[in-house]
Design a binder for this molecule. Structure first.
Ligand code: PEP
Ligand code: MG
Length: 582
């Protein structure tokens, strides 16, 4: 059966390949013996997880009303499997009788059931073992809590380039692990368009669609898929006519990309001669090659926390120094903006530990980024020393994430001074005049931007978080992604205010959020006065093309008028006109 699913377009391009379902590594669960006094608690934990999955299925059922009837039937089937006493009750007996933990009990029972299904002669019934596994996976995930790492398994002789990863959810750490692979595309059920998972998808330069809700439940291993990462469409088992059409579209996109490559060495300046800096966002030292290949004139954002996100412990000063030096040397004299760790929220070294030690009910508003660094002075000192040491090898700028208060800036500057003093005492060389800047990604920071301008050397607007906090929309949550609106008048006002305030006192300001890499917004940002953009390397040439076709003096008055509009329809209409200017 051929069918189409719609999700969030997060990484452009078209991929055609076979489905490769990621099973959650949690099926390889830990085997624990439960103390007799904790048995009731373990049974209750199991019941609670089953109840949560039941609720999740009910919610999904409500949300698939406008999709073909088969989708509803799948959910019904999975709800039935979940309600079956063989799955909902027998594991509790195992917990009581064999004193095993809930996960282990469930997996044991699953194996028994799967073996029974696989003995059926009827193919339809045999295939139901697959559904049992999927339902068990969902419950295990609830039991384990925080999403863990996905198990990567590719069969012998299967070319990764032909595989399309289908997962319920991928953590940033999972996607980082994919950098060592060459999958054709990936799709997931959950995730927002500017989630870190989405950002990493773009850095893999493969098409990706997130927020497909139930793709993982509907798709079978090895089915033929088309992923249209530009439109957010996934076609399962396409008919030959559709396949031909997409093959054609794929080659057209490749042709357009190769034409764009001619701009690589062109100057990025507007028709009226205004020079614009186009920098790259990177996550790993290995991304430098992509940045240079994309024509970046510098690194505008190095998200350092990704260096070790998939290794689970803190890197030493030496390891960090090597990573930073590699980037600086790789960029050969071009500026490199290194952001200190932005850990917390969806990027944690030890998700289970953090959850256990200090339950965070709202991690996006919790101890993340600079707040965590200031709370862990040893970790911060180590990182600052490593960055300062690397500053001897090129032009490094130090960027601090998530600052909101004046005293946080002052504490940070003090910490930098301390790190410098320790290096001086050891006679280790570094750039004494290293520039220090702040990410403006909290509305309070944008509104009180003068506090920042008085204390720091540069600003970089992190629109991904700025939009999240201004609109109170979790950037990782696909359920509210339709409300995540970069063109909301409040967002535009904060960006414009930050740019204009910095310009008044001649402090450089850039945007390093995803918005900077959207060519549809380039003219709007130029009209606001933005002269430095930092984005994913793959976007640089499209944005450069738009810059070369624009005239700053013509854009500024139009954008000034546009910023007075509050009606979204008016703003969009004006943006279209702006983009249509010759
Ligand atoms: C941002 O918030 O816009 C940003 C660039 O930082 P990150 O996406 O890493 O949170
Ligand atoms: Mg941010």
């Amino acid at each position: 059966m051929s069918f189409t699913l719609h999700g969030l377009a997060v990484s452009g391009g078209i991929a055609i390949g076979r489905a490769h379902l990621m099973s959650h590594a949690t099926l390889e669960v830990s085997h624990l013996v439960i103390a007799p006094r904790l048995i009731d608690k373990e049974v209750a934990r199991f019941d609670a997880a089953v109840a949560r999955v039941r609720e999740e299925f009910a919610a999904l059922k409500g949300r698939v009303q406008n999709t073909p009837a088969e989708f509803g039937a799948f959910i019904d089937l999975h709800t039935m499997i979940l309600a079956d006493p063989e799955l909902a009750e027998t594991p509790k007996q195992l917990i009581r009788e064999r004193r095993c933990n809930a996960e282990w009990a469930l997996v044991q029972q699953m194996e028994t059931l799967v073996a029974q299904f696989e003995r059926f002669d009827d193919q339809y019934l045999r295939e139901r073992s697959y559904d049992v596994r999927q339902v068990v996976e969902r419950v295990i995930k609830e039991l384990v809590g925080q999403p863990g790492r996905m198990a990567l398994r590719t069969g012998k002789g299967v070319k990764e380039e032909n595989l399309i990863v289908v997962a319920h959810d991928l953590s940033p750490a999972d996607v980082i692990a994919y950098k060592e692979h060459r999958f054709a595309a990936f799709v997931t059920d959950v995730g927002g368009a500017t989630s870190h998972t989405a950002i990493l998808a773009r850095s893999l330069r493969i098409p990706a669609v997130l927020g497909l809700l139930i793709a993982r439940q509907l798709i079978r291993d090895d089915e033929v898929l088309i992923v249209d990462g530009t439109r957010g469409v996934l076609i399962v088992n396409p008919d030959p006519r559709v396949l031909d059409e997409y093959r054609l579209r794929k080659s057209q996109i490749e042709l357009e990309r190769s034409k764009l490559r001619r701009l690589k060495t062109a100057l990025s300046s507007t028709l009226d001669g205004v020079d614009i800096d186009l920098h790259a966002n990177i996550e790993l030292p290995g991304d430098v090659a992509n940045a240079l290949d994309g024509g970046a004139e510098g690194i505008g954002l190095f998200r350092t926390e990704f260096i070790f996100l998939d290794r689970g412990d803190m890197p030493t000063e030496e390891e960090q120094f090597e990573a930073y030096r590699t980037v600086v040397k790789g960029m050969a004299g071009r500026p490199v903006t290194i952001r200190t760790f932005d850990l917390g929220y969806d990027k944690d070294l030890h998700p289970e530990k953090v959850q256990g030690d200090r339950m965070q009910s709202n991690p996006a508003l919790g101890l993340r980024a600079i707040r965590l660094s200031l709370a862990e002075p040893k970790m911060f000192h180590t990182q600052l020393r490593a960055i300062l040491r690397a500053s001897k090898y090129g032009k490094i700028k130090l960027l601090i994430p998530m600052l909101s208060q004046a005293y946080e800036i002052d504490q940070t500057l003090l910490a930098i001074e301390r790190a410098k003093a320790s290096l001086r005492a050891e006679r280790v060389g570094f750039d004494e005049a290293i520039a220090v800047g702040a990410m403006i990604e909290i509305p309070a920071a944008a509104l009180a931007v003068n506090l920042f301008l008085r204390r720091l050397n540069f600003l970089s607007i992190g629109t991904n978080d700025l939009i999240q906090y201004t609109l109170a929309i979790d950037r990782s949550d696909e359920q509210v992604s339709h409300l995540y609106d970069p063109l909301h008048p409040a967002v535009l006002m904060l960006i414009a205010h930050t740019i204009a305030s910095a310009e008044k006192v001649s402090i450089p300001v850039s945007i390093c959020g995803e918005l900077a890499g959207d060519p549809n917004l380039t003219r709007l940002l130029l009209g606001m006065g933005l002269r430095q953009f930092s984005m994913h390397p793959a976007q640089i040439l499209s944005v450069k093309q738009r810059i070369m076709q624009s005239n700053c003096s013509e854009l500024a008055p139009i954008v000034r008028r546009m910023l007075r509009y509050e009606e979204p329809a008016r703003i969009r209409e004006q943006l279209e006109k702006l983009n249509a200017l010759n």
